[in-house]
Write a protein that binds this ligand. Sequence first.
Ligand SMILES: O=c1ccn([C@H]2C[C@H](O)[C@@H](COP(=O)(O)OP(=O)(O)OP(=O)(O)O)O2)c(=O)[nH]1
Ligand SMILES: [Mg+2]
Length: 155
Amino acid sequence: MTESVEVLITAPLVPNYAHPGDAGADLHSSEDLVLAPGERALVGTGVSIALPDGYAAFIVPRSGLAAKHGITIVNSPGTIDAGYRGEIKVALLNTDSSASFPVNAGDRIAQMVIMPVTRATFIPVDRLPGSLRGDGGFGSTGVAVQTTSTSGEAQ
Ligand SMILES: O=c1ccn([C@H]2C[C@H](O)[C@@H](COP(=O)(O)OP(=O)(O)OP(=O)(O)O)O2)c(=O)[nH]1
Ligand SMILES: [Mg+2]
């Protein structure tokens, strides 16, 4: 990854990119807790940042925790606004139906992806310009494949 942006941070444990080229910097829990099956909790990280204007940070799950333990994030991706100076918190959810999940302070619980973002100037109009897709959505292309496919398998 060649591009880098400087982000001011206060943190007991600074988020870390595990490998060069990684998009996500791992965020650590600042607290000990146990998530019962199906339970969610807003978990502190101790991290506060000052993003430059034109950037946002997105808090997303770690795939290892998701695959091995069913740990995800309720509001994924959590959006950190450039103007936010509070503590970044992670809305962790234990989707496992039987196993509790312990979190210890210092554990890597999520990752943070920093991206440039565009703000829109919304222009109200009476009618939108046409497009090939039109208002087709919610599986409309899968239905089209199913009606013409010989395998009978919708894509
Ligand atoms: O996973 C998250 C999501 C958000 N935030 C913080 C940073 C963000 O800038 C702020 C507001 O987030 P959002 O706009 O998603 O929440 P809201 O429910 O709309 O709250 P608000 O009315 O404060 O905008 O909360 C977190 O710490 N973690
Ligand atoms: Mg908001």
